[in-house]
Write a protein that binds this ligand. Structure first.
Ligand code: AMP
Ligand code: MG
Length: 514
């Protein structure tokens, strides 16, 4: 898939302390096209993630002037082997055929304290897979991706990471003229369900097998052990493992009110990471039908539908892997397990939000606890309660109640004041108290404050950082990053960032345009 319009020549090459593995390149030419990024004018760092740098034990020098040029796409890091990969996928429930890295450029796999990490530039120019797109990303959506990756990580949710954000005054046309930016993303692997669908759809079983073997050998080696559950079938184990990770991921999304917005199969990570931040949203007012993406007219990716969509997507992956598994019944049997895996994972996540963890959450209480969760969620929906605020207030109220000798009615006011139908919430609080016992409240409250974040990346917070950055001031990005990387901490003085959205936020429309 090479094309004369894309430069294969090495541009300005710079030295780097990074050392590389680049195992993906061993897959061969059918999987990608080598090419150089397209330069942007006058780049500058809008954000540098020193926390991630420390986690990976990469040297600070990576944020120097010459690396800035590399992260802008104006230079090549020595040892990197830039390429764009090909994948296909189902978009909005329809087979879309070939897609691929239309604006992401894989630089290589750099060694780190956390093992080899793939590095990608998002927005580094056109590739053979750009399909008419400009290969660029705008500052607006790049700020959202940078902040949300790190917010998810702060919440303990698996995600691709963001190493830095480079801004350029270069114009990019969307609904209106905007400016370009490049996010440097990091993940152990950027493989998507769509990579497997691509080769399966072409009936290229040799490539499909090569890809699956690569994934198992380098990223999902647990499959070898897990194959014992599937008569030694390592590809069934692969589907099983991806399914388990996806189920856990979805449970975590649901538990924090995260809506992805574009859960197409090409946006589903093989490693169960949150990937491709577009029109995502952390819900403000709780509504199970909430649609965050204004282009999603049918509500296919509404909050409440995400777990089923994930299953639908896993089915696509199952179909793609079926020729390798080579046992139809086994493939179906693996897929069937999602139906118990996901509810279990969600149940655990929601129980943890109620402080019911460890020996407070015995197996026998699972069903009764779920009724408690569902009743509360119904009440929250009926009252359009602010999702994040309610859970946090409840956590705090439980902790405060623990300081009295018994449950005090006035100790619940912070939460009962949030609803119109107070008797209904009172009744629920009574059942909840009865379930756990006041004696457990200290321990539960402390747990709850570690499972119910104070800070999430609400749309209006991102928007404020975007507007300031568009005016040349990037400081708000750092402020938000600081709060969101430890979202369970109180951060005194920053309470305004934990409040409901202001009235103007209702006008915000988030679409696929990025
Ligand atoms: P997304 O909906 O962002 O996951 O993108 C779907 C497909 O379109 C992927 O193959 C992207 O690489 C590609 N794409 C999205 N935006 C652009 C763009 N501005 N230029 C080139 N390709 C793009
Ligand atoms: Mg995508």
């Amino acid at each position: 898939m090479s094309s004369p319009t894309f430069s294969r020549a090495s541009s300005n090459r710079i030295e780097t302390p990074l050392t590389w593995s680049n195992r993906l390149t061993a897959l061969g030419d059918g999987f990608f096209t080598h090419l150089q990024p397209s330069p942007v004018a006058a780049p500058c760092f809008a954000a540098c993630n020193t926390a991630l740098l420390a986690e990976l034990a990469w040297p600070e020098g990576i944020f120097d002037e010459s690396h800035l040029q590399a992260f802008a796409g104006n230079a090549t890091l020595a040892g990197s082997q830039p390429l764009a990969t090909v994948y296909s996928g189902h978009q909005f429930g329809v087979w879309a055929g070939q897609l691929g890295d239309g604006r992401a450029l894989w630089l290589g796999e750099a060694n780190s304290a956390q093992g080899p990490q793939e590095i990608q530039l998002k927005g580094a120019g056109r590739t053979p897979y750009s399909r008419g797109g400009d290969g660029r990303a705008v500052l607006r959506s790049s700020i959202r991706e940078y902040l949300c990756s790190e917010a998810m990580h702060g919440l303990g949710i698996p995600t691709t990471r963001a190493l830095c954000l480079v801004a350029s005054p270069e114009p990019v046309r969307r609904e209106q003229m905007e400016t370009a930016a490049v996010v440097t993303r990091v993940a152990p692997s950027f493989l998507r369900f769509g990579h497997f669908e691509h080769f399966s759809a072409q009936n290229d079983l040799a490539s499909l097998r090569t890809l699956a073997d690569h994934a198992v050998a380098h990223h999902l080696s647990e499959c070898h052990e897990r194959a014992a559950l599937w008569q030694g079938n390592v590809y069934a184990a692969l589907l099983d493992l991806v399914q388990e990770r996806t189920a856990r991921l979805l449970a975590q999304w649901q538990a924090v009110g995260f809506c992805h917005g574009v859960m197409n199969t090409d946006n589903m990570s093989l490693l169960g990471l949150t990937i491709d931040y577009g029109p995502f949203q952390f819900m403000d007012a709780f509504d199970p039908e909430h649609i965050c993406n204004h282009s999603d007219h049918q509500g296919r990716y509404a909050y409440g539908r995400q777990p089923n969509v994930a299953y639908w997507n896993l089915y696509c992956l199952g179909q793609a892997l079926a020729p390798l598994i080579d046992d139809r019944d086994m493939t179906l049997q693996v897929l069937e397990t999602y139906k118990s895996l996901f509810p279990r994972a969600l149940g655990d996540a929601m129980r943890a939000k109620l402080g019911l963890t460890g020996d407070l959450a015995p197996e026998a209480a699972r069903e009764a606890d779920w009724v408690l969760v569902e009743d509360l969620m119904q009440l929250m929906a009926a009252e359009s309660m602010d999702f994040t605020l309610f859970w946090r207030q409840l956590s705090q109220a439980v902790l405060q109640q623990s300081q009295a000798n018994s449950v005090q009615p006035e100790g619940w006011h912070a939460v009962t004041d949030m609803v119109l139908d107070r008797p209904r919430l009172w009744a629920w609080l009574e059942r909840y108290t009865e379930r756990a016992g006041h004696g457990q409240f200290a321990r539960m409250g402390a747990q709850m404050l570690r499972h119910n974040p104070k800070y999430v990346l609400r749309n209006h917070l991102a928007e404020t950082a975007i507007r300031q950055a568009q005016g040349g001031d990037f400081r708000e990005i750092d402020t938000l990053h600081n709060l969101l990387k430890s979202p369970f901490d109180e951060h005194p003085g920053f309470e305004a960032y934990a409040q409901q959205p202001p009235a103007w936020a209702a006008q915000l429309e988030i679409s696929c345009s990025s």
